[in-house]
Design a protein around this ligand. Structure first.
Ligand SMILES: *Cc1c(COP(=O)(O)O)cnc(C)c1O
Length: 216
């Protein structure tokens, strides 16, 4: 089931769009089934669960953190994280940067844009993202790798398409304005219900849970 789901998605996903398997709430056995198929990128959204799975899964898994992260929990996440996709406030950005400084580790991050209507209560506004990137050099232990967004949980594909058009336009604007940030290359949009739309709108990375592992 998991193997077949993965195969189906990978066969449809264009080259160059990374598949991140969102494994929250699922058992290690389920993760290992995906891993055995060659899936190496996994994402979790709760700090405790992220840390527990990171130490139990094979070392070469690339771990993405995608949930709202409280500053008092960053020490659980940052030792294992390949990237934190859900940097949603300046306070969190500062905390991640200073953890990086203390531990001599540069942390890959995405800035989360608040795009959905009611779903995503977390994230920066467009203006806040531009303002943060103006000051990127104040956060030398954070590597600004791009943007993440969660579209509204609606059936209307026009609404979702408009939201993805908006984040893609901001992403392109950032790439031009801040061309000094050479790692700013990732646009993480698309989940089980809307990844095909996201790919049409320039996604470089889709975060898919339910369509791989089944419902939670
Ligand atoms: C849970 C989650 C996903 C995956 O959602 P599915 O609909 O199960 O694919 C993607 N992104 C974030 C931020 C999530 O929390």
């Amino acid at each position: 089931m998991i193997a077949q789901n993965l195969e189906n998605i990978l066969s449809e996903l264009p080259q160059g769009v990374k598949l991140v398997a969102v494994s929250k709430t699922h058992s290690l056995g389920a993760l290992m089934e995906a891993y055995a198929m060659g899936q190496k990128s996994f994402a979790e959204s709760r700090a405790q669960e992220f840390a527990a799975k990171a130490v139990q899964m094979p070392q070469d898994v690339e771990w993405h953190f995608i949930g709202h992260l409280q500053t008092n929990k960053i020490k659980l996440v940052l030792p294992y994280a390949h990237i934190v996709e859900s940097i949603d406030s300046e306070r969190l950005l500062e905390a991640v940067n200073s953890w990086g400084e203390r531990n001599d580790k540069i942390i890959n991050i995405l800035l989360e844009l608040r795009i959905g209507m009611e779903e995503s209560k977390y994230g920066f506004s467009e203006d806040e993202i531009l303002a943060v990137l103006e000051r990127a050099e104040e956060f030398p232990y954070c590597r600004f790798c791009g943007l993440m967004g969660i579209a509204s949980n609606v059936d209307d594909e026009d609404i979702i398409g408009n939201e993805f058009t908006g984040i893609k336009a901001l992403f392109d604007e950032c790439r031009i304005k801040f061309s000094n940030l050479s790692d700013f290359t990732e646009l993480s949009i698309g989940m089980s219900g809307d990844w095909r739309i996201a790919v049409k709108h320039g996604s470089t990375e889709v975060r898919i849970g339910t369509a791989i592992f089944g419902s939670r």
